[in-house]
Every structure is written in structure tokens, then in C-alpha cells.
Design a protein around this ligand. Structure first.
Ligand code: ADP
Ligand code: MG
Length: 477
């Protein structure tokens, strides 16, 4: 190495060290080796494709400035990517020439390291080591398709984004597609549905679903057996990568780093990445900033708590698929009572069916109530305003729309007041919220309703029986 080159690079490093955080300096600049300086072109050697992409993306302005200052206004930078495999230098270094002024030229995917699996077989972490053939099983569950993913207000955006991705994997702005939502809201189902649909449309594409737990286990195994390169390369070969529950990677720095390499590589090649998380990207703690910033490149679409209509539709579909019929009131009761988790909703349905066949009882509303109460006791169940309204309306034989309307008809007013009273008693809703649901009233009206009901129950015997009946119907026991 000529003295001149060594000295120039040393000068560059000195300026860089003053301009970037120490950690970044160590990660991104210390490993660089200056290799040549010829005709004002400085060639530096970097250890991977992704390393060079990272430099270009984050430090190109700084590098440009420094190099011009050191070498002169015509100075240019050239990268030489040399992958070091198990300590031995690859015999075929990929040299990427690029004028630092023309960023477009860099985006040529042909500069990426070829992954010729015949020349250099890569271990598939999903199969038993030793098997030569790389046969990627997608790990997709055929039951989780778009066909049985019920559409509702709660999932419309995520579902249609998923659909768009399935039609054109890697070809939409939704890359990555990050689906987030609470437990049991359908993240796993939707991500499988996208994968299945891509497989159906493009049988030649390699789709791979993996949970973050599995990914982490495989990574740890790869570290143990000194196969990290294979691990990373394996994932870099797929066309569509689905990683479920990425919140699980929180705090796992090394695994995140491996994922980061994979992510960059796939994204660079226009491969589709689909991620799910139980938190919005902004709430993902313990996740590296550089990963988080990548998640924001595409679209984050949330799944919300399923609304009543969707819950009933999901139950009906499930029953249809299993060839079961239940009385409408039982289905409604289930859907009304379990509002926060579709998995629990399905679980309750299954238990109910199991109960009735074991005990040879037909499924009545009473049986459903007993069962649900046992089933959801531990999940801090709360009777909903909607449910109270329904029970009260059924009791007085009124259409529920009337209760929600502004009508001041006497019998409706009374039923509405009773619904308000029970809503206050049995839910954690605010007075304002109760009012909103019951004919768009304000909190003072709800308070007044509660007082009126209390007064009447003390003075009017008949009214008191209504209340007691309703209380029984509504209460859990
Ligand atoms: P998550 O991954 O968000 O915890 P899952 O995808 O495992 O949730 O969904 C839980 C259950 O609810 C699954 O059995 C799934 O099939 C069902 N499910 C969720 N959303 C829907 C939907 N929109 N239509 C039909 N079934 C759904
Ligand atoms: Mg899931």
C-alpha cells in the first residue's frame, strides 16, 4: 500500500471520527480498507454488499466532502466488495464502480452477490443438516386464506393492502408491509393469506413464512454451529419473506442485525417483505432505530378490534365451515360478549359445541351463558353498551334502532333510560360515551336517567320487576 494512500485514508478517518458517533465509526469505517488511489479515484474495500449500501445511504455526503478535500475536486470513490467467507477471502470480489455523484447507478441489482446454490450449497435452517437439496417449504397454513378472512371496517385497510401486495409482490409501495394489531386480531391469518395468494398467482416464487421465535432460534443455532453466513444467505434467497410477531425481536440485538442484513438485501432486489407486530412501529421498544426506520419505508396498516358485525360474520363463517348450526340468539350472545379477541371468540364457539355434544344438550342461550361466563371470566370481561341495549330492547320488544335514535316516544325514552342505567352500572364507559350510544345524548342526560331509574325502582313495583328481570338477564351468574 503506497504511503500516500495510507496517509490519505488516515486523514479521511480522522475527519470522519469527528463527524459520526463512535459506535457508527467503529461499525462502518474501521472495517474499511483503502486499496487503491489512481487518477483521483479512491478505491475502498468493504466486507459486504449491504455494507456498501449502508455507506451510500447514510454517509455518502460526508464521504464525498472529505475525499474531495483530501484528494481534490475531481476525486471519486469506488467500492470493492469483498465478502470474507469463514476467514478466507472470496476469490471473486465484486467491484462496484460508481461515481459518488450519480446515485442511480448504484441501484443496479446486478452488483449484488450472486447466490449460486449449486456452487456453494447453503444450509436451509428449516431442514435437517446434511440434506443437500434446498427445498423451501413455505410454512403456510392453507386454512388462513383470503377466502375465509372476513372483511370488516376493522381490517379494511390492512386487508386491501395485503391484497395489493399479493397481486404484485415487491411491486407496490407497500414494501415492507407491516401489519399491526393486538393479540387475536388476525395478523397471522392475514399474513398467511397474502402468502397463499402469492403462491397461487406466482407458483415459481419462493414464499417463506417464519415466526420471529423460529427465526431467533435458527439464528442462535447458526451462531452455535458457525453457520451465520448460510443462515443469512438462505433467507436472502426468498422472493417473499413473511416474519410474524417481530415485536419478539425486541432487545435481541444480534438477531436484529442478521435480520437487518436480510431485509436490506431483499428490499434492494425488490423482494416483498411482510411483517406483523402487536405494536405500532413507534411503540416497538428495544428495536434498533435503523430497523425501525426501514419498517417505515413501506406501509404500516393496523387491524382494529373487530366490530360486532364482523364478529357475527366470523362466527357464521366458522359454523358454516364446520357444518354446525346454532340459534341466532346464541351466536349474537357470543359475538356481543366477546369483543376483544377473535381467537377467544372462536375458542368459545368450539367449547360450546364440545360442551353440548358431551352433555348431549342442545345449545340454548342459557347453556351459552353458563359456558361463556366460565370461558371469559379470567379475561376481565365487560358487558358492552351494545349488548345491554340489545337485551333491553328484546325485553321491551323494541327495535334497537329506535333506542339509538333521538325519538322521544315514552316507551322508548324509558327503555333508553334503563339501558343507560345498566351501562353506567355494568360498564366502565364514561357518561358521555353512554350518552353518545343512546340517541346522542350528553352526560347530564345520562346522569338524569340514572337518577330517574333509581327513583322509579323505589316507588314503582312494576318498574322494579323490569329492572330485576333485566338484571338477571344481564348479569354474569
Ligand atoms: P393474531 O395473529 O393477530 O394474534 P390470528 O391471525 O391468529 O391473530 O387470528 C386469531 C383467530 O381469529 C384465527 O383463528 C383467525 O383465523 C381468526 N380471524 C382473525 N381475523 C379474522 C377475519 N377477519 N376473518 C376470519 N377469521 C379471522
Ligand atoms: Mg399471530
Amino acid at each position: 500500500m503506497s504511503k500516500n494512500l495510507k496517509q490519505i485514508w488516515a486523514n479521511c478517518l480522522e475527519v470522519i471520527r469527528d463527524n459520526v458517533p463512535l459506535q457508527a465509526y467503529k461499525t462502518w469505517f474501521e472495517p474499511i480498507k483503502p486499496v487503491r488511489l489512481k487518477n483521483n479515484v479512491l478505491t475502498i474495500q468493504v466486507p459486504s454488499q449491504f455494507f456498501y449500501e449502508w455507506l451510500e445511504e447514510n454517509y455518502v455526503t460526508l464521504l464525498k466532502k472529505i475525499i474531495r478535500k483530501e484528494i481534490g475536486p475531481d476525486a471519486r470513490l469506488e467500492y470493492s466488495i469483498v465478502m470474507e467467507n469463514n476467514g478466507a477471502k472470496s476469490s471473486n470480489p465484486y467491484t462496484v464502480k460508481m461515481p459518488t455523484t450519480n446515485k442511480k447507478a448504484i441501484k443496479n441489482p446486478s452488483v449484488s452477490a450472486p447466490l449460486d446454490i449449486n456452487v456453494n450449497p447453503i444450509k436451509n435452517p428449516f431442514i435437517i443438516p446434511g440434506l443437500r437439496k434446498i427445498n423451501i417449504d413455505s410454512n403456510l397454513n392453507p386454512n388462513y386464506s383470503f377466502d375465509n378472512f372476513i372483511e370488516g371496517d376493522c381490517n379494511r385497510l390492512a386487508r386491501s393492502a395485503g391484497y395489493a401486495v399479493a397481486e404484485k409482490p415487491g411491486g407496490t409501495a407497500f414494501n415492507p408491509l407491516l401489519i399491526y394489531g393486538s393479540v387475536g386480531f388476525g395478523k397471522t391469518h392475514l399474513s398467511h393469506a397474502i402468502g397463499i395468494s402469492i403462491k397461487n398467482r406466482f407458483p415459481g416464487k419462493t414464499v417463506l413464512y417464519v415466526s420471529s421465535e423460529k427465526f431467533t432460534q435458527q439464528y442462535i443455532e447458526a451462531v452455535k454451529t458457525n453457520n451465520i453466513n448460510d443462515f443469512v444467505h438462505f433467507y436472502q434467497m426468498v422472493d417473499v419473506l413473511i416474519v410474524d410477531d417481530i415485536q419478539f425481536l425486541s432487545g435481541k440485538e444480534k438477531t436484529q442485525e442478521a435480520f437487518f442484513h436480510i431485509f436490506n438485501h431483499l428490499h434492494q432486489l425488490g423482494k416483498q417483505i411482510i411483517l406483523t407486530s402487536d405494536k405500532a412501529p413507534i411503540e416497538l421498544q428495544g428495536m434498533e432505530q435503523r430497523l425501525l426506520s426501514r419498517f417505515k419505508w413501506g406501509l404500516s396498516a393496523d387491524l382494529q378490534a373487530p366490530d360486532l358485525k364482523t364478529r357475527i360474520a366470523i362466527l357464521n363463517q366458522k359454523m358454516y365451515a364446520d357444518g354446525i348450526e346454532l340459534p341466532k340468539e346464541v351466536v349474537e350472545y357470543l359475538a356481543y360478549s366477546i369483543s376483544t379477541n377473535i381467537r377467544e371468540l372462536e375458542g368459545a364457539l368450539i367449547s360450546l359445541i364440545a360442551q353440548s355434544s358431551l352433555n348431549k344438550k342442545s345449545i340454548t342461550l342459557d347453556l351459552a351463558k353458563q359456558m361463556i361466563d366460565k370461558f371469559v371470566k379470567n379475561t376481565a370481561r365487560e358487558v358492552s353498551i351494545e349488548y345491554i341495549q340489545k337485551v333491553v330492547c328484546d325485553y321491551f320488544d323494541l327495535p334497537i334502532e329506535l333506542m339509538k335514535s333521538k325519538t322521544r316516544k315514552r316507551e322508548v325514552v324509558q327503555a333508553r333510560q334503563i339501558a343507560m342505567y345498566f351501562s353506567k352500572k355494568m360498564t366502565k364507559s364514561s357518561l358521555a360515551n353512554i350518552g353518545k350510544h343512546c340517541g346522542g345524548k350528553d352526560h347530564a342526560t345520562v346522569l338524569h336517567a340514572c337518577r330517574t331509574v333509581n327513583n322509579l325502582s323505589e316507588t314503582d313495583k312494576k318498574f322494579k320487576t323490569y329492572l330485576d328481570d333485566l338484571d338477571k338477564k344481564l348479569s354474569i351468574q
